[in-house]
Design a protein around this ligand. Sequence first.
Ligand code: GAR
Length: 202
Amino acid sequence: MRPKAQCFWSHTIFTMKKLALFASGSGSNFQAIAEACQKGTIQAEIALLVCDNANAFVIERAKEFHIPTFTFNPKQYASKELFETEIVNRLQEAQVDVVCLAGYMRIVGPTLLKAYQGRMLNIHPSLLPSFKGAHAIDDAFNFGVKVFGVTVHLIDDTIDGGVILMQRAFEYYGTSRDEVEAEIHKIEHQLFPEAINRFLEQ
Ligand code: GAR
């Protein structure tokens, strides 16, 4: 996905692609991506944070970066279709090109998918297709695997089943779940910005 070209007098100028990040919790991945955009290591800007939890720490992080936030409470809508319609409107208002799910703990429905299919990336804390779902780190740790990892993939209408863009693995022979989680986050914070860049350069 190359930058949009615009003709301005005799020069061609390139406008930055606009990202929306979706998150539900702490937002350490949001932070890593926002820092990468600020440093220019991601050639894009974050136009919007979408958050489904008014108490999430990610909202504080967005304020620090002066990034606008759309916070919504899914329980205040009669259906997923209704809140996703509102999200799509906000994304279109902000002229968002690509959506990045960075710890958004909700299954994407057909309304959002239709609007952004092929342009929606997700980070998942396992080596997919192993350990899909909301408890991937616990599931892998409790299973006793010795190779853990992270996946960035496109969202489709399956759960954690879309086309894989990037993966990174590490071996772990210790007994601390917290150490595994810390290593997973460390990898996520490098891998997600790399995957976004690769995707934008396609
Ligand atoms: C991350 O580990 C991400 O991979 C995971 O939520 C965490 C969010 O952390 N996502 C999923 O499990 C999606 N199924 P963060 O809020 O610190 O970025």
